[in-house]
Every structure is written in C-alpha cells, then in structure tokens.
Design a protein around this ligand. Structure first.
Ligand SMILES: Cc1cc2nc3c(=O)[nH]c(=O)nc-3n(C[C@H](O)[C@H](O)[C@H](O)COP(=O)(O)OP(=O)(O)OC[C@H]3O[C@@H](n4cnc5c(N)ncnc54)[C@H](O)[C@@H]3O)c2cc1C
Length: 446
C-alpha cells in the first residue's frame, strides 16, 4: 500500500503530538457516556478517529500506523469507548478505501467506521487455505447479479456479520489467479447458512459458511471483475501488518459493531470503567498475546521472578517485542520517505507467532500446576477466581489454548517464510504450470 497522505496544517505536516492534543480536545468536546454506542461511533467515525490510517477523503486522517495506534491509546486513556471491533475496520474498510469507487467507499466504508455494519472474511475453503487461489466457490453472472455456490470455512465472526468479503471464481477458463473476483457480499439472505465451529478454548470464534444460490449485485464487485486476487492480497497485507508484532491491536476495540450483536443501542459509558479502561474482555477469553509485562507481573506475584531460566525467557520475550516495535518504526520511516521494506508485514506476523508461542510456554512454566485451571464461560471464570482468589486465574491457560492460532490465520508460518524467500530474498518460485494453465484444467483433489 502506498503511504497515506499525512494530515497537513497550513501546508506543513502535522506533528503527532499536535494531533494527539487535537484528539484530546475533540474528546473533551464530544465524549458523552450517555450517548448510545451507535451515536458515539457515528461521532468518532465521521471525525476520522475510528480509522485514522485511512486517507483523509475516505473517512480517515491519513496517519501512519504507529500514530494510528497512539490514537487508540489516547482514546482509551481518556476513558472514552474505542472504535468498533472486528474485521470491518481491520480489513474490509482499508481494502475498499484502496480499491473501491467513490460510491462504494460512501456505501461501505462509511458504515464500517461508524460501526453500523459488521464484516467477516469469506476467503478460506476446505480445499483452499494456503493455496487460496485454488478456491472453487463459483459466482455465475445472471443479469446484473451473480449467483454464488460453494463453501467457506474458518469464517471468524460469521455469526455476527452483516456483510462478507467474498472471493469467488468468476472465470475458471483462465489461470487460477486471474479468474477471481472480490465481492462485498450481503450475509442476511436465503442461501447463506452459517454454522459455528467450536475451538480448543470452548468458544466458537469461527464458522463454516455454506452458500447455495446466494446473490450479489454487480455493483458490489470491488476492484474490478476477475481482479480479485490483487484485491485479496491487499486484504491479506492489512491482515498481516495489523496482526504482526509492533502493530498494536489493528484498530479493534472490544465492542461489536453491526446489527446482529445488538450493542449499538446500549449506553456507551457502560463499556468503559470509571478509570477509563474497557470492561469487556476478548471473546476468546485470552489475555493480550505476547505480552511480557503481564508475565513479569505474574512471575513476581507467584515468586518465580528470581528463577534464572524464567528471567532469561522473560527478557527474550521483552526483546522480541522491542525488535517488533523498532521494525515497525523502521517501516514507518521508510514509508514516510516513499520507500518500502519488502517482506516486513510477513516478518512481523512471523514474529508475533513466535512471541505468542513463547508467551504460552513461559506462562505455563510460571503458573505451574495453576496453569491447568481453565473455565469455558463467564460463570465458570467467576467461580475460578472465587476459588483461587486470583483475578487472573485461567488467563494463562486461555493464552496457551489460543496460542496455535496466530501461526495459522492470515497465512501460516511456512507460507510467510515462502513469501519472504521469494519476494524479499529473491529465491526462485516453486516450479509448476499453474500460472499458465486454465484453472479448469488443473488437477484437483476432488
Ligand atoms: C483462529 C483462526 C481464524 C481464522 N479466520 C479466518 C477468517 O475469518 N476467514 C478466512 O477466510 N479464513 C480464516 N482462517 C483460515 C486461515 O487463513 C487458514 O487456516 C490458513 O490460511 C491455512 O489454511 P488451511 O487451514 O487450509 O491449511 P493448509 O493450507 O491445508 O495447510 C496445512 C499445513 O501445510 C502447510 N503448507 C501448505 N502449503 C504449503 C507450502 N506451499 N509450503 C510449505 N508449507 C505449506 C501449512 O503451513 C500448514 O502447516 C482462520 C484460521 C484460524 C486458525
């Protein structure tokens, strides 16, 4: 993605501190805990503070990523409710802002930044995960609509979504990367069957989605017909950089947008504590991944902080976090100068996987036998805390149970290494004829 145009004042670039002061003033004038969530998000989103890294003419403020992360911190520290959680703000908004027409930006991105719609990502299929371009969900033209048939899987938040980022095959008679289209797909329609999948944590974060003669209008094609592979790569780049080490939370707050979660009518102030910290916990029940600070606190509290092996790994974890932060600053500086560092999004995502693995292992070593305690719902969590007297009881087990996920979603660790090898190090691509042979003629598993 090219660097977003930074905000300017009187022809000069605005300094981040000036912007943060402007934000604090704005919050002083606008935050009111008695607004509904929907009313508050409308103010926040239309002022450009919900998605500040989007361009200024596309519901953002043209900030670079680190400054956008600071915006979230300022909002949280002020004690106001943060922007909507989820994949709309993280992936769909930036993708449509980059590839959509003006009309599509006003139709979709506006509703994303004000939290009116929730989105899911309809990319992976049972036979197409790492080999995403091998997808078989078909979209067939019917007048000014497309009829969609196929199956998606691992669809995070599909049960709350109003719209989906759908990639489907619109031309099987060309090589596989060339016949795919990216659609903004309406989830509330006949022919869309969302079935939850339960994970190790006991939560059902993701779903399988069956599409049977579902419909999507031609006006919902984003980035051009058959050009979906390029558009999907934009989505994946935002996913990898948003989830990578040093990337903050990628724009996600803790309150869910959209019509299904039914939180838009609730009082905004009920989602923040008097000290300003958000009350809600993440749906996975996990603590922040890769956080050395949390583990240092736990090690101090249960007397393990003097163990030299624990100390060594705590420092390793802290250093990995710092390297991620410095890499992110390096990338920011390069982009501000109109350059890029090839493979940086992949490197930071890989590093986040490493940090989550180390945190999980370290957390269980620090916790000892208490690390086996876990509860599958709010009542169970409350009982666990009451029985142990430890407000973080179960949190380290939750972190460990969720730890395999970051090395899989957004492209597995192996796939990140392949990309770094090919695109950053210039190693030869895997041999094969899939870039020249029509998709319909390629061998398939089924
Ligand atoms: C928590 C979570 C949330 C997710 N949310 C979503 C979502 O919202 N929407 C969505 O569309 N998808 C989602 N996914 C799916 C995710 O993108 C896929 O799981 C991922 O791309 C891997 O695909 P796969 O599971 O089919 O594994 P496969 O592609 O079958 O891979 C199996 C193994 O083979 C390895 N492998 C495959 N190809 C190669 C190769 N060329 N070189 C080296 N090794 C290789 C992989 O690294 C992996 O270890 C989610 C996954 C998780 C875990």
């Amino acid at each position: 993605m090219p660097p977003a145009a930074p905000e300017t004042a009187g022809g000069r670039r605005r300094q981040p501190d000036e912007l943060m002061d402007e934000l604090r003033d704005w919050l002083g004038d606008n935050w009111d805990p008695d607004l509904t969530v929907g009313e508050w998000w409308e103010r926040l989103g239309l002022a450009g503070w919900a998605a500040p890294s989007l361009p200024t003419d596309r519901y953002g403020r043209g900030l670079l990523r680190n400054d956008a992360v600071r915006v979230q911190e300022v909002i949280a520290n002020f004690g106001a409710l943060g922007p909507p959680a989820g994949l709309g703000l993280l992936l769909a908004g930036p993708t449509i802002a980059e590839h959509g027409t003006r009309e599509q930006v006003d139709r979709y991105v506006r509703d994303i930044v004000v939290g009116a719609t929730a989105w899911c990502q309809l990319f992976s299929e049972p036979g197409a995960g790492s080999d995403l371009a091998g997808l078989t969900t078909r979209a067939v033209e019917d007048g000014d609509e497309w009829i969609v048939n196929g199956q998606k899987v691992w669809t995070s938040g599909g049960q709350y979504a109003d719209l989906g980022m759908l990639i489907a095959r619109t031309n099987p008679e060309v090589p596989k990367h060339q016949g795919i289209t990216w659609f903004a797909f309406e989830m509330h329609q006949p022919g869309v069957d969302v079935r939850p999948l339960r994970e190790l944590t006991g939560n059902a974060l993701f779903n399988e989605v069956f599409l049977t003669d579902a419909r999507v209008p031609s006006s919902a094609v984003i980035g051009g017909l058959h050009n979906g592979w390029a558009v999907a790569n934009t989505t994946l780049a935002f996913e990898r950089s948003g989830l990578g080490a040093g990337g903050g939370s990628g724009g996600a707050g803790a309150v869910l947008p959209g019509t299904v979660a039914e939180q838009l009518g609730a009082r905004a102030g009920d989602f923040v504590s008097p000290e300003g910290r958000r009350r809600t916990r993440s749906r996975s029940g996990s603590t922040a991944p890769g956080s050395a600070k949390l583990l240092i606190d736990v090690a101090k509290a249960n007397g393990r902080a003097a163990d030299p092996l624990i100390r060594q790994d705590l420092v390793r974890l802290h250093m990995m976090g710092e390297i991620g932060r410095y890499n992110s600053l390096r990338w920011k500086a390069a982009r501000a100068g109109g350059r890029d560092i090839p493979g940086m999004a992949n490197i930071s995502k890989l590093q986040m996987s490493e940090m989550v693995r180390l945190s999980s292992d370290l957390g269980l070593r620090i916790a000892g036998v208490a690390g086996t305690l876990y509860a599958y719902d709010d009542a169970g969590r409350a009982a666990l805390v009451a029985a142990t007297g430890d407000p973080t009881a179960g949190a380290l087990a939750a972190m460990a149970l969720f730890a395999p996920a970051p090395s899989i979603y957004g492209g597995t660790d192996q796939i990140q290494r392949n990309i770094i090898g090919e695109r950053a190090l210039g190693l030869p691509k895997e041999l094969g004829n899939e870039r020249t042979v029509p998709f319909s003629e390629l061998p398939k598993n089924r």
